[in-house]
Ligand binder design. Sequence first.
Ligand code: FMN
Length: 341
Amino acid sequence: MHTLQTRFTSLLGIEHPVMQEGLGPYKTVHLAAAVSNAGGLGTVSIPGISEEPVAGAAKLRGYIEQACELTDRPFAVNVPVGTDKHGNVPPFSKAYVGAVVDAVKDPDIARRLRVITTSAGAASASRKLIDGSGLLHIHKVGGTRHALRAAADGVDMIIASGYEAGGHTHSRPVHTFVLGPSVADVVDCPVILAGGIRDGRGLAAALALGADAVALGTRFVASHDNPDWHGAYAQRIIDAGEADDIVFQALYGPSRALPSDAIAELAAIEAAGTMTETELTAFKDARLIAAQRDGDMVGGILPAGQISGAIVDLIHVAEFIPGIVLEAIKVLDRLSKLKTV
Ligand SMILES: Cc1cc2nc3c(=O)[nH]c(=O)nc-3n(C[C@H](O)[C@H](O)[C@H](O)COP(=O)(O)O)c2cc1C
């Protein structure tokens, strides 16, 4: 087997420097297990952010136990920890982080559930909840100063996610090619680069930019191994052309998605100001889940990255992960033979 060993693979004890990131707000248990079984790091996503916190935490525990039945390898759980306008971590985030920390008290789960990833906010509030649990803490950022702050907070690794990424993106756009080296320059911990990566060329480029691994979202949605979601979602990504994606105001600020009627509906509701913040959040959450679970491509909200315009097929994860690593090795080998004068 061909592998590329980096600080990411060493810390986790896995074969490949490739991660499937959180793809909430629904369920990615089978996809996460497929990625981990293929030697990467799969991520279980939360059941939704408008779940009642105790019920949501119980549901997430069920997802974690199901993932443990499907893989013996390390996997992660992602919890968005964006704060409300008063700077507080919402109750659902605390409940989900608590569920992850509680789950690893069971040694059989702790053997597999090795990582919690946090996103959409600052690492500091969740750090206190995670510290001492034995979990590795990976935090996602979209800017260099946020990376510095997460490193100072003591996270184990950082995902640097460029503006072209699917899902929540940043109000101050910094693209992957700029963000990767800037973050790698200022933090000592391993960096995982995300946003616009779909193959071994992207992996080789990320390593060249100073990253230790790559994290992919949209590419993994268009997969044979994501049976928790309706197949129409993957097909919509395949059908998308270059620059079809748009950025709209989502749960924690701007998010990149493929257009649907729901986005116009959302804009009209926000302009009319007829919903409370809680109602609006529930509306967005429901429409995201309608797309992922039920395949509603008209009334649903469809987060997807710019890379959806370049995706033309469904992948088999078991072949895809070693395949992109092999491709990256070939790219790096070819580049090492470039004539120097
Ligand atoms: C459908 C979809 C749902 C997402 N949901 C989440 C989420 O719940 N939490 C999170 O941190 N990021 C989420 N993201 C962002 C991904 O974790 C990842 O950062 C992004 O997809 C990487 O860029 P790429 O799509 O170009 O590969 C989502 C992305 C997509 C496409």
